[in-house]
Design a protein around this ligand. Structure first.
Ligand code: ZN
Length: 360
């Protein structure tokens, strides 16, 4: 899908800001003092907080926009760098190299390019890709020369260095090989996949829960991981006391930096004897909203009673369904506390959960 014509692609989000702001911030980091933004949808750009840049309204075409900016800019300088803000992967290295070639080597036009690694076909025939140069921005120019060339130009351009190539005998042109990725965002899907790449690929969270238990004479039930298991103890809890689900829920909320169960489900009447699957689903909803899913989960249950070993399979199956993840991503370990302390006495049951989430 192409960016629709009524959405200025420079206002599309890359990382946590739009492409335009991303570029401005980068140039400011490099201590650029004179930045001219050429844009049509100025109001929406939200760049009023930058006081040392000028905004010039773009023209109908790219060439017209650049020409407008060069003629109307109030900034005085000997050199100018022109950049397509749709390229968010700026490189300090290439910018320094352009400036060096302009000032020290006295080139009129310095243009970065990358080699073409794909096979290129025109009318069913392969072009010799070794000869191809994929032209990038930013490009550097001697300002009065590019102003003159734009003034006499009548054709639409896809980049400004073309003006110098048209008069290649009159001007000194330097092509700089750039091996870093310098993608121009044209399609929404490109921006989506770029955002996916740079997003934190993994989030990790830890959860812990402990509940008091009561020995019972008759056989009773305890809930672990959403499974009802026969037990000689009863868990004392405001909710259904499923320590496994409570620990998992907290670990997912933790991975998402979203506090803990108690924040969302306090000990109110409404949550009395509440099914812990509700808590888990609440955390999973937040996880889905962030476009994350379970990568793996490691659970440790500490209890004297019930013995967990006979119930591993059924608990893992239950968790696999609840967490919508393959069984292979879930591990449960169980240990006793060697009869020591309150857990060892059988007065408490505890559970740790470590979860990692990945980008969906
Ligand atoms: Zn709990």
């Amino acid at each position: 899908m192409r960016f629709s014509s009524n959405t200025n692609k420079l206002l599309a989000k890359f990382k946590n800001k739009n492409l335009l702001i991303h570029n401005i911030d980068f140039l400011k980091e490099l201590k650029f003092k004179k930045i001219t933004v050429v844009i049509n949808t100025i109001n929406k750009a939200n760049i009023s907080n930058f006081d040392d840049l000028e905004i010039i309204k773009g023209g109908k075409t790219r060439s017209e926009s650049v020409k407008n900016a060069l003629n109307k800019s109030k900034f005085k300088s000997k050199y100018v760098l022109i950049h397509d803000a749709a390229r968010p992967l700026n490189s300090q290295k290439i910018i320094n190299n352009i400036i060096k070639n302009l000032i020290e080597k006295q080139y009129d036009c310095v243009v970065p390019f990358s080699k073409c690694s794909d096979t290129v076909v025109v009318n069913h025939k392969n072009l010799d890709r070794e000869k191809l140069k994929l032209i990038k921005t930013p490009q550097g120019f001697v300002k009065n020369k590019i102003i003159y060339l734009h003034k006499i130009n009548k054709n639409e351009l896809t980049d400004d260095s073309q003006l110098f190539r048209n008069e290649k005998n009159k001007y000194k042109i330097k092509y700089l090989l750039q091996n870093e990725i310098n993608l121009k965002i044209t399609y929404k899907d490109e921006l989506n996949s770029l955002n996916k790449l740079i997003r934190n690929n993994f989030l990790v969270g830890i959860g812990y829960d402990i509940h008091k238990t009561k020995k019972t004479i008759k056989n009773n039930f305890i809930k672990l991981g959403g499974v009802k298991i026969k037990s000689k103890i009863k868990v004392i809890s405001h909710s259904d006391g499923d320590v496994v689900l409570h620990a998992i829920t907290d670990s997912i909320l933790g991975a998402l930096s979203q506090r803990d169960i108690g924040t969302y489900f306090p000990n109110t009447k409404r949550n009395l004897n509440r099914n812990s699957i509700d808590f888990l689903n609440y955390a999973l909803k937040k996880m889905t909203f962030r476009k994350m899913l379970i990568n793996n989960i490691d659970i440790m249950i500490v209890s004297e009673e019930p013995k967990i070993n006979p119930h591993f399979e059924i608990i893992i199956s239950s968790l696999s369904k609840l967490l919508k993840t393959n069984k292979i991503n879930i591990t449960i370990k169980a240990t006793t506390n060697e009869k020591s302390g309150l857990i060892g006495n059988g007065d408490f049951i505890a559970c740790w959960s470590n979860v990692s989430l990945k980008v969906n």
